[in-house]
Structure formats: C-alpha cells, structure tokens
Design a binder for this molecule. Structure first.
Ligand SMILES: Nc1ncnc2c1ncn2[C@@H]1O[C@H](COP(=O)(O)OP(=O)(O)OP(=O)(O)O)[C@@H](O)[C@H]1O
Length: 293
C-alpha cells in the first residue's frame, strides 16, 4: 500500500498542498479529483520525488519510500515527456531498457502493448505523426513498462476516445488484479465513478473527501423522496425536515433532526396513499460540487 501522510508543499506564500493524507491500497483504483489548481499534480510529483516535500511523508508498505521504490513505479506525468521526432517503438524499447528490461523482452512487450492499443502498424512512425489521442496511448504504454509496482497517472484518460478508454481500463484492471495500487487523476467524473474503487477529493490544496463512492454517497445528511396520492404541500409544516423540492404530489426532503423521516412516513400514511418513499443518494457530481464549493 502507498500512503500519503500530511503532505505539504508551498510555492512562495501559496500552500499548494496542505497537510493532505490518504491511502492508495493495493489492488484498488483510487481516483484523484479536484478543480484546476487543487493540487493533484503537485501531490503526484511529490509522491514520485520529482518535487521536494516541505512537510509530511510518503510511505510504501509502512516505511518511508525510497528512490529505488519510486523507480519500480509507473508514472505518467502531466508533462508527457516522450520525444516527438523519434519512432515510437524505439523510444518505448529505450524507456523499458532504462527501467531494467532486456532488449528482446522489451521489444516483444512493447509490440504487444502497441497491438493492444491499436497501434501495431504505427510502430515505426515518429510520435509527432500520430493524432493527440494516439500519442496519449503511447504515453500510457511508456508508463506501464515494465510491470510497475504501483501506478501514478496524471490525467491518463484526457484526450482518449471511448475505445482507448476501454483498453486503458482493461489494462489497469489487470494490474489491480495483481495487487498493484493505482492512483489516477481525472476531471471526467462519469469515468471516475465507473472506474474507481476509492476516491480522494482535493479543493484548494486540502483533502475535502475520501472513501469509496458508496461511502461518499451514503455520507452527509440523508435525503428522501416522497410521492403521494394527493398534494404534498403539508410536508412544509413538519419539523425536523428541510424541503428541497416540492412539485405537486412529490417532495424531496432533507432530514435535519434524527427520526424526522419516521414522523413524515407516519403522517403521510395517515393522510392517504403513499406511492413512494425512498432514500435518495446524491450523484458523484453533486458530492463533488458540494465538497469543492
Ligand atoms: N512550480 C510551481 N511554481 C509555483 N506555483 C506552482 C507550481 N506548480 C504548481 N503551482 C501552483 O500550485 C497549485 C496547484 O497546482 P497543481 O498543478 O498541483 O493543481 P492540479 O490540481 O493538478 O490542477 P489541474 O487540474 O489544473 O492540472 C496551483 O495554484 C499552481 O499554480
């Protein structure tokens, strides 16, 4: 497991990352979200040791992370870092060799990954000849060579078409099945909700939420939707509830006082037909908006 503990980074007067703590457990995908400038890239850079840490620490398997540990990680930095004017096969093999793979092994692994991402025919092309999305696929391949002990991916899905997203997801799932911890940042909340097992939300350099998607959806003040046979206007007069929305026979309420929902159901039943009474859990996009507001 990778653990980020009270990590802090300042640039001049500005604290870009402010005592941020979270875990990236083995075998799970952890999504890292937050608005522009929230501190995601800075955090990932500190994890990878490309940026100094002002306070706090990064632990790998219960001990402070070392340079050697970091070398075993796959990292996709924000500044992508491959050469535009070199053939993609050559540079990927070179990257793999730098990380300790033998040349023949590297070539076959790279070929296999290129095939997998639909780039088998492009192996000899210069990177710059590829579309941006295809360049992104090449960057992904570079970050997973050789098989990483952990994956730290800064916006790995940006610019990918749905087919490439699926290939990437399949690949990441193979790593998590082998117990590799994966941390990836993204602005695509729908994708994050689909993919990640856990989520960390940053806002202005601070961690404002963390947990599994269902934990986050279950946290917070409970909301209920009530659909009646008749008008629901009377709900406004009940104590302990805030009416968020009222539309004829339907009311959306937030429970302010413990047990107020029981009183609501009892009152509704005594007044006539109750067609529906359900707990409403917020979508991830709502949680995100509230956490980062
Ligand atoms: N080298 C630097 N010098 C000065 N300020 C920096 C530097 N790097 C980052 N910052 C500042 O730190 C804050 C966090 O930036 P960071 O790039 O980590 O955010 P982010 O969450 O990755 O944003 P985005 O989603 O836009 O990529 C921003 O205010 C940014 O301007």
């Amino acid at each position: 497991m990778l653990e980020i503990r009270e990590l802090t980074r300042r640039f001049g007067d500005k604290t870009a990352v402010d005592r941020v703590s979270f875990e990236v457990p083995a075998g799970l995908m952890t999504g890292f979200v937050g608005g522009n400038g929230a501190g995601k890239t800075t955090t990932m850079r500190m994890v990878m040791g490309v940026l100094g840490i002002d306070d706090g620490e990064v632990l790998w398997g219960d001990r402070p992370i070392t340079r050697l540990d970091r070398r075993s990680f796959g990292y996709m930095p924000e500044e992508r870092g491959l050469y535009p004017k070199q053939p993609i096969l050559d540079q990927l093999v070179y990257v793999a060799q730098l990380k300790g793979m033998a040349r023949t092994e590297a070539r076959s692994e790279v070929q296999e990954l290129l095939e997998r991402f639909g780039l088998g025919e492009r192996a000899k092309d210069h990177l710059e000849k590829l579309s941006l999305g295809n360049q992104q696929r090449v960057q992904i391949i570079a970050s997973v060579l050789p098989k990483p002990a952990a994956l730290i991916l800064d916006e790995p899905f940006s610019g990918l078409d749905p087919v490439a997203v699926d290939s990437m997801v399949d690949l990441l799932r193979e790593y998590t099945r082998d117990d590799v911890p994966v941390l990836f940042s993204s602005h695509q909340l729908d994708l994050v909700e689909r993919l990640c097992d856990r989520l960390v939300v940053l806002s202005h350099g601070r961690r404002v939420a963390a947990g599994t998607v269902s934990e986050l959806r279950d946290a917070g003040v409970p909301r209920f939707r009530l659909v009646l046979g008749g008008d629901a206007g009377w709900v406004r007069d009940l104590r302990g509830l805030e009416v968020l929305d009222l539309d004829g026979t339907t009311a959306l309420v937030e429970v302010q006082q413990e047990g107020a929902e029981q009183h609501l159901v009892a009152e509704a039943t005594s007044r006539g037909d109750v067609h529906e009474f359900v707990r409403v859990r917020p979508a991830l996009s709502e949680i995100y908006r509230e956490a980062t507001a």
